[in-house]
Design a protein around this ligand. Sequence first.
Ligand SMILES: [Zn+2]
Ligand SMILES: [Zn+2]
Length: 621
Amino acid sequence: MATEAELKAAGEKYIPKDYDPALYRLRHSLAHVLAQAVVEKFPQAKPTIGPPNEYGFYYDFELDVNPSPGDLEWIGNRMRQIIKGKHAFKVREISADEGRQLFQGNPYKLELIDGLAKGGQDEYGNPSAGAATITVYQQDTFTDLCRGPHVPTTGDLDPKGFKLTQVTGSYWRGKSENPMLKRFHATAWASEDDLKAHLARVEEAERRDHRKVGRELELFANEPVFGSGFPMLLPKGATVRRLLEAFITDYERKAGYLHVYTPDAAKKELYRISGHWEHYKDSMFPPMDLAEGGQEWDELCLRPMCCPHHIQVYKSKARSYRDLPIRIAELGKMYRYERSGVVGGLSRVRCMTLNDAHLFVRPDQVKGEIAGVLALMKRAYADLGITEYRFRLSKNADPDGPPSDKYVDNPAMWESSTTMLREVLQESGMPFFEAWNEAAFYGPKIDVQVKDVMGREETLSTIQADQHLPAKFELEYKDSDDTPKRPVMIHRGVISTMERMMSYLIELYAGAFPVWLAPVQVAIVPIADRHFTFAQKLADDLLEKDYRVEVDLSSGRMQAKIRDAAKQKIPYILVIGDKEMEANAVAVRLRDGTDLGPKPVPEFVALLEKIARSRTLGLVL
Ligand SMILES: [Zn+2]
Ligand SMILES: [Zn+2]
C-alpha cells in the first residue's frame, strides 16, 4: 500500500502540460468543497464528476430540482465556511469493493469504479493505459472518488477567489441517450483580485463579442434556413469585406502575385492524389454522386483547401527555372465540415474564403520567398492595427508522445522543411516558439498567433513549406541544364479567412472600425427640413469622391440622430443648420462624443482624405 505522501505525489502527474499547477490544484480542491455544500443543501443530489476547466471548474450532479439563485447563494456561503474550517484533504487507497460499498446508490461513481478496476479508463471515464489505483479524498465530512491533486487544506483556498456563475444541463458523459445532469459552473482564482480581473475580462469580451456587435451594427446575420455555419453578410459587413479584399489583393499584386479563380469543387480523384481524402476526409463534406462516369473517384467534392487547385494552374503549361517563383493567389472559397454544435458567428463557419496563395519556387528561392511573405504579413498587420502577435513554428507529432497518423510519413522531409522554417525565423530576428502537433498533414508551418480579449491564442496567418504535394502531383520545371527539377510549394494565408479576420477585427475595434474600413464613414444630420437639400448635395459630393455616407432625412430630433449615428460607430457626424449652410461648413462631431466645432466643407474633406489614406485608427490629425 502506498503512503499518503506517495499517493498525493502521484496525483501531480495529472496536471495538464499547459495548465498552471497551482490553479489546477485549487480548482480541483474547490470542486470538492462545492460538492460537499451541494450535497448538504440537496441530500438527494448524486455527485458525478467535477474537473477543472479553462477559467475554473464545474461539477455535475444528478439532481431533481432547479437550484434557485437563493440556493446558489447558500451554497457559496457554505463553501466559504468550509474553507475557513481549514480541513485537510486526506487521501487513501481503496479496493474496488470498498469503493462500491462507499458509493452504493450512486450509479455514476459505481460506473467510474468499474472503469478504474477494469483498467483502460481514468476517473473521468476517459481512456487511459492500464488498471488504475483507486483513491478517495476526504475533507471535513465529504469523501469523493479522486486521484488529486489538491491543496493541503481548505484553508489554502481564498474564500473570495471564486464565484458560482450558473447551473446548466448536461448529459452524463456528454451522450444524449444518458440521463440529464445539473452542471454547477464556477470560476476560481488564487485571489479576489485575480477573480475581479477575470470578471472584468469577461465583461469586456461580452461587450466586444463579434456576434453581438455584428447584430447591432447590421454587419452579418445567421438565418436558420441557410443551416448553421453559413452566415450571410449584410450590406455593411459586405462593405468591410470588399475593402479588406481590395486591401490585401493590392498588396499582393505589388508583391508579384498573380490572381486566379478556380472552381469551388472538384472530382474526388483530385483529393485522392493530394492526400486530402486520406488525411483530411473528416473535415470534408460528404461527396456528391452525380452519376457522371459511375466510378467512386468521379464523385464531386466541395473543396476543403485550394492547394490542389492552384497546382493545376501551375501545371497548365511547361515551366522553366526562369519562370520561378510563380505566386498564384486567390480569395478562395473552401468548405469544411464542422459539427453544427461548434459553429457560430463568423469565427467558426462551414464555408470560408481564404486569402490564399501558393508559391512555386526553386529550392534556392524558398528562404527568400518566405522572408518576403513575413514582410508582407508585417505590413498588413500594421495597417490593420494588429500589434500583438507572435510566431509559432508548428511541427508534426511529438516523437516522445503517442504515435499519430495525422501526418504524412516522411521523416527526412519533415526534418528538412522544419529546419528551413526555423532558419528563416531565426534570420528574420523575430521571436518565435515551437510547438508539436500543430503542423499541416503535409508539412510544418509558421503560424502567427494573436490573442483575444480573454487572452486565448488563435492562429490568424500561416506559412507552410511543402515538398509533399509537388511530389504527389509530379510537378516539374526545366532547370538551366535542361534537366527536370521539382519545385517547392509555399502555402500562405496573410489575412486568414475573410470571416475570421472580420470577427477578429470587429472584436479588436469593438465595432469602431478605423475610417478606411468603416462601412459608413460619415453621417450627415440636417437640423430642419430647410437643410435637407444642402445635406443631400454634400452627401452626393462625398459619394462621388468614393466616401461612404449616410444622410439622415428622417423627422427625428437632432440629438437623437447624432446619438443613433454614434451608436452605429460612424466616425464622423456632420450637423448642418442655418449657420453651417450659409458658410458652406459642417459642425463635426466624432463617434466618441468629441465636438470638433464648425469646419468649412473643403477643410473637412481634406481631413477625411488624410485620415482614410493613412489607415490610422485616430479620427483627427
Ligand atoms: Zn479532486
Ligand atoms: Zn495550400
